[in-house]
Design a protein around this ligand. Structure first.
Ligand code: ADP
Ligand code: MG
Length: 235
């Protein structure tokens, strides 16, 4: 059974008396353990779609099923609990807490869900920092490491609660191309190691090559992605 099932998802934003359609009748399935990307230009609906899958927002119509839960039917508290227990997030601007160390940033989601002792937390954090190659930077603050390193820390933070699904909205938009490719490759490694399903969005067709499944998105609809990949040469 697929991990995520979207059925006839439409989403409109209302601005005054005007309805702005952002997603138009999207139906698709995402298999467990896949690294999936949505690629499309600015304004195509990527953030709206990831917010809906991430239980941050609800569709205007249609249904979202994640691992047997109708997440579009959850109330505010239910959605917050579902996110905390099942989902991880990686952001374009990294969103690390500047006054906390690398170690404390990765530990933070574990403190929020209040399930583990301090010793277990520390052990999990160090295992993840090891996995993303940042263990030797554990005591640094975010402003003492590079953008690529910050995003590696953010990948560790997203995984520390052992979520089934990690959502990353344009995680490489603030990185140079080489670093961007490294971060996507890291997600792939983490997928291989932990079996976590990853979904990331991007407007850059050059970084989608590590994904298992590529969905083009244009004007709120899923389209054939090959139009975005034309003219992209590797080398
Ligand atoms: P992307 O992430 O691909 O740039 P978005 O999902 O942010 O696309 O936006 C899709 C469409 O929805 C765009 O036309 C955008 O202007 C519109 N939109 C996004 N967020 C809002 C909002 N909060 N209010 C009104 N319109 C919005
Ligand atoms: Mg966006």
């Amino acid at each position: 059974m697929p991990l995520v099932q979207l059925r006839n998802i439409s989403k409109s934003y209302t601005l005054g008396e005007v309805d702005i359609p952002a997603l138009k009748d999207i139906s698709l399935e995402i298999g467990k353990g896949n690294l999936v990307t949505f690629v499309g230009p600015s304004g195509s609906g990527k953030t709206t779609l990831l917010n809906i899958i991430g239980c941050m927002d609800k569709p205007t119509s249609g249904s979202v099923l994640i691992d047997d839960t109708r997440t579009d039917a959850l109330d505010r508290n239910g959605a917050a609990r579902f996110r905390g227990e099942n989902l991880g997030f990686i952001f374009q601007s990294f969103n690390l807490i500047p006054v906390l160390s690398v170690l404390e940033n990765v530990e933070y989601p574990l403190i929020m869900i209040r399930k583990e002792s301090a010793a277990t937390r520390k052990e999990k954090v160090m295992r993840l920092l090891e996995a993303v190659g940042m263990a030797d930077q554990a005591e640094k603050r975010p402003d003492q490491i590079s953008g690529g390193q910050r995003q590696r820390v953010a990948v560790a933070r997203a995984l520390v609660t052992n979520p089934m699904l990690v959502l990353a909205d344009e995680p490489t938009a603030n990185l140079d191309r080489k670093t961007a490719q490294d971060v996507i490759a890291l997600m792939r490694e983490m997928r291989d190691q932990y079996g976590t399903t990853f979904i990331f969005s991007t407007h850059d067709p050059r970084i989608v090559e590590h994904a298992d499944v590529i969905h083009g998105i244009e004007d709120g609809r899923i389209v054939d992605h090959s139009s975005f990949l034309e003219g992209v040469h590797h080398g």
